[in-house]
Structure formats: C-alpha cells, structure tokens
Design a protein around this ligand. Structure first.
Ligand code: FES
Length: 105
C-alpha cells in the first residue's frame, strides 16, 4: 500500500510499502531521510518518530505502553506522534500521510 512521507522541509516521497511491513521498514528500504531506526524496529530507540494527522491516527491500533513511554523522550512529541516501527502497513492505511520530524535529520 502507498504511504506518503513528507519531510520537514516539505519534500514528499510516495512509497509503495508491502502490506505486513512496518512504516519504518518501508522508509528505510527506500532511503527516506528522517527515519534513523537505530534499534532496527525493536521499539527501543524512538528514532523512527513520525507525526500522523488525526484522521489517519484514528484508523490505527492504539499504541502500546512501551511505545507511549518512548515517545515521551522524543524532542517534540505531539498528539499525532507514533513510532514508525510499530505501525504495520495494510490496505486500511493506503494513502496515509506521515510527517517526519526535523530532529531526525
Ligand atoms: Fe527503534 Fe522504532 S526503530 S523504536
């Protein structure tokens, strides 16, 4: 399914990510800048922080306690903050826009 990544500077990347893969894996495989994913997707580093608009956020499963607590340590957490490694791509999120934070550049 297609995921649209918007960098902090406005650069847009429209990427086809295989369903079942995480948003983080799709970004890394396509060299989208702004997702470092230092821990490789273990929900332990918070360098895959992304911001998701409310209408899309509502379609995602709730975050785990572990994800929520890691997000507190990111530089600019917002209501729409999520960890890209914890969100699986599926047809329900086809076309979702994710915003990349400035701090991960
Ligand atoms: Fe480390 Fe997501 S890749 S928390």
């Amino acid at each position: 399914s297609t995921i649209i990544f918007i960098e902090h500077n406005g650069t847009r990347h429209e990427i086809d990510v295989a369903d079942g893969n995480s948003i983080m894996a799709g970004a890394v495989a396509n060299m989208v800048p702004g997702i470092d994913a230092d821990c490789g997707g273990a929900c332990a580093c918070a360098t895959c922080h992304i911001h998701i608009d409310p209408e899309w956020l509502a379609r995602l499963p709730e975050k785990s306690e572990m994800e929520a607590s890691l997000l507190e340590f990111t530089p600019n957490p917002t209501e729409g903050s999520r960890l890209a490694c914890q969100i699986k791509v599926s047809p329900c999120v086809a076309g979702m826009t994710v915003h990349l934070p400035a701090a991960q550049h």
